[in-house]
Every structure is written in C-alpha cells, then in structure tokens.
Design a protein. Structure first.
Lengths: 114, 111
C-alpha cells in the first residue's frame, strides 16, 4: 500500500517558470489537501478538495492552481514561480466522513525558486 | 478562524518526562491532533482528542480541556529518537472540517 505519493522530491525553478507538483493516493480518500511549510510558520493550507470536481481555497492560495479530475490525483500548479514560493510542500489525504481520522502525508517536495 | 500557540523549542533529558503545551482559540472546534515530524520528513499522526481528558498511548499521552482551549502532549521515558518537532492541529466545525496547524515545538532530547 503506497499511501500518498508526491513527485518530485526536489525541484529548482527559475523565477517565472511554471510547474506541477504531483500527488496521488491509493486509499480512496475523498479529502485531499496541499500545505506549504516554512520555518516558523507551520503548515499552511493552500488548497483542498473533498472529491473529484470539487476544490476550494485554503489560507494561502495565491499563485497556485489545483484541479481534481479523479479521486486519486490532486496536482498543484505553480503558474509563475516566485522566490516567495520557495518552501516544502506536503500533500495529505483522509476520508471525509470520519472526523477523528488523521491525515496521511506524502513525503514532501522541496522547492527552491531562484 | 483558528489561532494556535505552542512553544518554539524545548530541551529535555533522555529518560525524563516532557510536556508540550498547545493553546488555541477557535470559532468552531471538532477535535485536536498531535503529529510528530522528524527533520526532513513528513508529519506522522500521534493522537486525537475531541472530549476533555487524557488519552494514553504507550509512552505518549495527550490531554484536552475544551473550556480552556488547552491541550498538552506528554512524552515519558524520553528517547533520543523522540527529538523532533511536535505539531498541534485543530479541526473546525465547518462543512469540510478543515485542519489548522500550529507552528510546532522543536524538542531536543539530550543524553
């Protein structure tokens, strides 16, 4: 059981470039989310989805787009990378109908924008 | 919205007991999680509290007081491998029950 898989693990981008961070889960979880983690800031929610075709913004959505065409996949797109987007990105999933269920995290993508 | 406070860093001695506190202010509360995160790794689940009281799980225990907006994580018989960041997270009562994380407490266990 692979759980939550993120690719790539590391990425360096130039300012203005675009890219997609991939996230896939094989647990049939309805709820998927993207966080960024910066020193002293904790995990901050970027976007989330409660099922295929349904997405919504978190607390720091600017500069990022998401889509959810299948239950398994929830890619995060950086439209025009900026140095402020240098961070560690985590994807997480959980069932939507059980409040006491913890989130399962991917191993993270370490992104540097130069 | 949610506001969650934790100490930034703590140091404790191998074999000892350490308590990591978390206070929160929230417009809606539907449970509190503790996660452990080793440097360079993903967070992993430790505990969940939704009712007042103490939940014990081996060397780790978590306490919740909803009226005080307060939780703590208690780690007993500390081991060197417990050196990690400990994240407090609160789930709200909104339709999709979003989870907000605190900034985490970095615990260093010393010999």
């Amino acid at each position: 059981n692979a759980g939550v898989t993120q690719t790539p693990k590391f990425q360096v981008l130039k300012t203005g470039q675009s890219m997609t961070l991939q996230c896939a889960q094989d647990m049939n979880h309805e709820y998927m989310s993207w966080y960024r983690q910066d020193p002293g800031m904790g995990l901050r929610l970027i976007h989330y989805s409660v099922g295929a075709g349904i997405t919504d913004q978190g607390e720091v959505p600017n500069g990022y787009n998401v889509s959810r065409s299948t239950t398994e996949d929830f890619p995060l797109r950086l439209l025009s990378a900026a140095p402020s987007q240098t961070s560690v990105y985590f994807c997480a999933s959980r069932p939507v109908d059980r409040a006491n269920t913890e989130a399962f995290f991917g191993q993270g993508t370490r992104l540097t924008v130069v | 919205g949610q506001n969650i406070d934790q100490p930034t860093e703590m140091t404790a001695t191998e074999g000892a007991i350490v308590q990591i506190n978390c206070t929160y202010q929230t417009s809606g509360f539907n449970g509190l999680f503790w996660y452990q995160q080793h440097a360079g790794e993903a967070p992993t689940f430790l505990s969940y509290n939704v009712l007042d009281g103490l939940e014990e799980k081996g060397r780790f225990s978590s306490f919740l007081s909803r009226s005080k907006g307060y939780s703590y994580l208690l780690l007993k018989e500390l081991q060197m491998k417990d050196s990690a960041s400990y994240l407090c997270a609160v789930r709200d009562t909104g339709g999709y029950q979003k989870v907000t994380f605190g900034t985490g407490t970095k615990l260093q266990v010393i010999p």
